[in-house]
Design a protein around this ligand. Structure first.
Ligand SMILES: N[C@@H](CCC(=O)N[C@@H](CSS)C(=O)NCC(=O)O)C(=O)O
Ligand SMILES: [Fe+2]
Length: 257
């Protein structure tokens, strides 16, 4: 006979709680997702920043959620990830990043992998180009999963923009291919949630970006000319951020061991 909690779990229908959080210094978005239809309210954080971990975990506590995973879309160059700090503060949280990133984490993911939180999940799409290990996390496809779908594109696709391709194994050819084959092929109503915004946008859709993204609507020749002539200064924190993010944001602890 099923116990009360097993029966409750079997009955539980997935229900997404979603919050978009912003870190001003690096213009980074962190996303909080939880299955609040599940008795444990399991949650995950995508691209947390070290300086806003306290804020994010306070919100998690207020909402009665249980964080199980802290994910990165890639090894960031402009800010230090909060995943290591979160692991230290919330026992049991597993850090997640792509295998191709070569960064330290509890879980290394590849294309097609699914990360479950309750009865909801994010699916991994490999979207290299901004860095060699960039991935896009897409909400699940299926009758119980939230619709329209949501794509957490990291720095691969920004709203009306995209990530630079001039460091960390970046490749303009790969970024173009990743966006066109892995993101623009999603249903048109799929929401685009990027890791940064420098222009005041919060959300877009696949349909909007396929029409209005000034970079990725170019043909491949015009795109290559454009992106190779971008000439952006390197991120100010790059020399601190990249080595720290290769060890889950815990460079100081690792160096002091
Ligand atoms: N000024 C910022 C860094 C800005 C920057 O280079 N952003 C990256 C994403 S973070 S790795 C990028 O790809 N930008 C594309 C663009 O078109 O702006 C700093 O100093 O941190
Ligand atoms: Fe980046």
């Amino acid at each position: 006979m099923a116990t009360f909690s097993e029966a409750k779990l079997a009955e539980a229908s997935p229900k997404l709680l979603f919050r978009q959080l912003f870190e001003k210094e690096s213009s980074t978005y962190t996303y909080l997702l939880a299955d609040v239809g599940h008795p444990d309210k399991p949650a995950l954080l995508v691209d947390p920043v070290d300086s806003t971990v306290e804020r994010d975990l306070k919100l998690v506590k207020e909402l009665g959620l249980k964080v199980t995973y802290a994910l990165n879309t890639h090894c960031h160059a402009d800010h230090v990830t909060g995943t290591g700090l979160i692991k230290g503060k919330v026992p049991g949280v597993k850090s997640v990043i792509s295998k191709a990133s070569t960064a330290k984490a509890d879980l290394h993911v590849e294309a097609g992998d699914k990360i479950f939180f309750g009865n909801l999940f994010l699916e991994v799409r490999a979207t290299p180009g901004h860095t060699v290990g960039c991935v896009t996390y897409v909400t699940g496809d299926g009758p119980d999963q939230p619709q329209p779908r949501m794509a957490f594109t990291g720095d691969t696709l920004l709203i009306r923009g995209c990530g630079r391709t001039d460091f960390q194994g970046g490749s303009s050819q790969l970024l173009y291919k990743s966006v066109h084959s892995q993101i623009f092929t999603l249903p048109k109503d799929t929401f685009i949630y990027p890791a940064h915004d420098y222009k005041g946008f919060t959300v877009s859709t696949v349909g909007e970006e396929t029409q209005f993204n000034p970079r990725l609507t170019k043909d491949e020749f015009a795109w290559t000319l454009f992106i190779t002539d971008l000439n952006l200064p390197y991120p100010k924190k790059m020399d601190i951020a990249v080595p720290a993010n290769l060890v889950c944001g815990l460079q100081d602890l690792v160096n002091n061991v």
